[in-house]
Design a protein around this ligand. Structure first.
Ligand code: SF4
Length: 204
């Protein structure tokens, strides 16, 4: 069983509490105006065996994983299996960003199993007109759902509405990667980086 991914990043604190292993899955069924993750929809992807990715995550010292994209629930079975393998060895936390709303997921029995292993779901399409600059969230229609108690204490402080957005552009030998939910200023810089470097990978 393999997963189509756009990028992975170890040990980032930009997409959830504590150090996280972030997976940007490839492919999305939505087409939100102003989507900052264009390359996870139209760019290159890699296919990785679920067991191999699980090993990599278990070797990291991350508290948990954040799954973004792209649309994670398009690969719900693969991601469910990934989390299932990891949880046999380590009690990790799971945060998922999805364009589907919680209700849409609850009404689709084919993808419910992935929801069952998530501690937090941040849901809903990105609405450019509702982008109020809140940290960790693309637009104000998106809701942070605490599905378990795991982050219920730290969560409200971590996702404080008054925090400013933090994101970083990371350069590797072959690509530039945007990590985190960018402010308008960072997004402008990112767009010019993409124009100059071409073929870069972006991430949300
Ligand atoms: S759901 Fe996310 S990845 Fe998909 S189009 Fe909307 S913003 Fe982009």
């Amino acid at each position: 069983m393999s997963l189509k991914i756009s990028h992975v990043e170890e040990n980032t604190e930009l997409l959830g509490p504590f150090k996280r292993f972030v997976i940007w899955v490839w492919g999305c069924c939505f087409d939100c105006e102003g989507c900052v993750a264009q390359n996870t929809r139209h760019g290159a992807y890699a296919e990785i065996e679920v067991e191999d990715l699980a090993k990599k995550i278990l070797q990291s010292d991350c508290e948990g994983v954040t799954i973004s994209g792209g649309e994670p629930f398009l690969q719900a079975q693969e991601l469910f299996r990934l989390i299932e393998i990891i949880k046999q060895e380590k009690n990790i936390g799971v945060i998922i960003y999805s364009g589907f709303t919680l209700n849409e997921i609850k009404n689709n029995p084919d993808i419910l199993n992935l929801l069952s292993v998530a501690d937090i779901l941040i849901d809903g399409r990105y609405e450019k007109n509702l982008d109020d600059g809140r940290a960790y969230i693309g637009s104000s229609n998106q809701v942070i759902h605490y599905l378990t108690d795991r982050y219920k204490v730290i969560g409200p402080k971590f996702y404080d509405k008054n925090k400013k957005r933090k994101a970083e552009i990371k350069f590797t030998s072959s690509q530039a990667v945007l990590i985190g939910v960018p402010s308008k200023e960072v997004f402008k810089v990112w767009q010019s980086v993409k124009e100059k470097t071409g073929g870069t990978q972006n991430a949300f």
